[in-house]
Write a protein that binds this ligand. Structure first.
Ligand SMILES: [Zn+2]
Length: 220
């Protein structure tokens, strides 16, 4: 089972919010008027539901996210904790983990990618389970993080110019049975590149690309 953010991670973030410890510094500058994010002011708090998977059960956990406002033009920005991906309820570790499971196993289907010993993670008081189509959508989202991917690759090559990463990335093959269109092939290979970059990034810098970099790149 891929890892998940824990209830403790989410509670710890909530405490940071309550103690006013969330700053806008990692956000990119305002795309409308270029004001640096360090000048952003707190605009609002919004409660957000996250879904974590513990021992095959999908459980809800809540915490507040902070919205900041650009003093130049009034545009607002949400600051995401490193366990979150915008517009997704499941946590980053689950999203990356299940997507990697599908991509790294050559003959696995989406249905098999959510299955462990013939059962699928589900909600405690209903028949609903983690849907195979959810993994399909996660891969679409992760496949679009090209700015994050490119920035991470530049940082990795600056740190280690003889890294084997370019070789590993060039070797990526997406099995033909996993796509019917060229667009899907591109999404699958983009997501797989991101999974590889994340592993190298963690090994090199001891942090995830989701800790600061993805925020800085506006999750693009
Ligand atoms: Zn602005």
């Amino acid at each position: 089972m891929p890892p998940t953010a824990t209830l403790e991670d989410i509670k710890a973030y909530q405490q940071k919010v309550e103690k006013d410890k969330i700053t806008p510094h990692n956000l990119p500058p305002c795309p409308r008027c270029s004001v640096d994010s360090s000048f952003f002011k707190i605009h609002a708090y919004r409660e957000r539901r996250f879904l974590i998977i513990i021992e095959m059960l999908i459980k809800a956990a809540y915490c507040s996210l902070v919205r900041f406002k650009c003093p130049g033009c009034g545009k607002t920005f949400t600051n995401y904790p490193d366990f979150a991906i915008p517009h997704k309820h499941y946590t980053q570790l689950s999203i990356m983990g299940f997507s990697a499971r599908y991509l790294n196993t050559e003959d696995i289907t989406y249905r098999q990618a959510v299955m462990f010993d013939r059962s699928v993670p589900g909600y405690p008081h209903s028949d609903a389970t983690l849907a195979p189509s959810t993994i399909h959508r996660w891969i679409t989202t992760l496949g679009r993080f090209t700015q994050t991917y490119r920035t991470a690759l530049i940082l990795l090559l600056q740190e280690n110019p003889v890294s084997s990463i370019c070789r590993d990335l060039a070797r990526i093959i997406v099995p033909q049975r996993k796509y019917k269109t060229n667009q899907r092939k591109k999404q699958l290979s983009g997501c797989r590149q991101l999974v590889i970059i994340e592993a190298f990034f963690q090994a090199t810098f001891k942090i995830s690309i989701f800790t600061k970099l993805a925020t800085r790149c506006a999750f693009s």
